[in-house]
Design a protein around this ligand. Sequence first.
Ligand code: CTP
Length: 400
Amino acid sequence: MPGASRILLIIGGGIAAYKALDLIRRLRERGHAVTPVLTRAGAQFVTPLSVSALAGRRVFSDLFDLTDEAEMGHIELSRSADLIVVAPATADLMAKMAQGHADDLASTLLLATDTPVLLAPAMNVRMWQHPATQRNLATLRADGIGFVGPNEGDMACGEHGPGRMAEVPEILAAITAALADGPLKGRRVLVTSGPTHEPIDPVRYIANRSSGAQGTAIARALVALGAEVVFVTGPATVPPPDGAEVVRVETAREMLAAVEGALPVDAAIFAAAVADWRMANASDRKMKKTAGGLPVLEFAENPDILATVSQMTKGRPPLVVGFAAETHDVLDNATAKHARKGCDWIVANDVSHATGIMGGTENAVTLVTGDGVESWPRMSKAEVAARLAERIARALAADI
Ligand code: CTP
């Protein structure tokens, strides 16, 4: 996460308030200072003591007394942060913000502030879908308020649908994006990375030599330019980038589901080395030598994630970038792949053993776009990533 920042965290009332405790820990691990504000309703779910113990500083509450005003007035408190995060943001708090009410500490801070605000809504599905909340959401968006979530899923109230507060890693990624200042600020970008593992039986699998290094470097470069990055990764050997929302998968089919779940995005970069085939006859029990004879492995074709997303008729990301890992006729194969998959750009590289690219730290790529072909000199994977991230920023700024 680039730089340490001051975050004012308003914890509203809702069962999801428990996640705010973990959020405080993770923010502090990343070096951020967290000033917590607990609403009266929030204090029904988490105690001021746990909040202040985790934040390492006092918690401000609705019972704002005169000493506080003498020490730090609410105006100053509202402006002493780089970002205000409301998690959970209740329907009531959203309504107050949309109307400009200032009848308690949280709403007063939110009205008085001149710093960016990020909301993580959490509420019952019907409350979220109610026209009043949707009106408030539209008003707040138009006011420049940022949102992360809510997610769809089972809710504590027993219902199912949108309304669950975003998970802590998603909120962290949105915070990073909100704090970052770069040409990709406000853009959501998906990156797939790493190999996939396709099970043969519970202990054996088919894999490939991808380390995830190039995909990770691209995600890091996008974060550095201010993008909100969703990083869908197979079992890679390099650790995932800081500041991105990380979704871990094993198989190609899981990767496709995670990618579809991450949409809509402004750009999607498919750097993963997805297995083209999986076992059609994977066994749910360990295959035994004693079974006699040699096992026969039957293959089935995996979904092509890049082609699926490139050819979506509704909700296709405005920029879709694929990779072509080739061992021969790099340019011809990449150009053919560009047309066949229907993506906007192909980043092609020669992964034949002699180049040392696969699993190595350097890369030599050729970029195939609708406008032509560019060969980039051999450079580090981090440099390739930075250059590609800049190209993506320029393309999105120009509305592609
Ligand atoms: N890809 C994907 N899903 C798959 C296979 C590949 O999304 N099931 C994506 C990769 O992430 C990469 C691009 O498609 O961006 C090209 O992958 P590659 O393996 O080079 O292409 P293939 O479709 O396997 O073509 P070929 O077998 O001709 O190399």
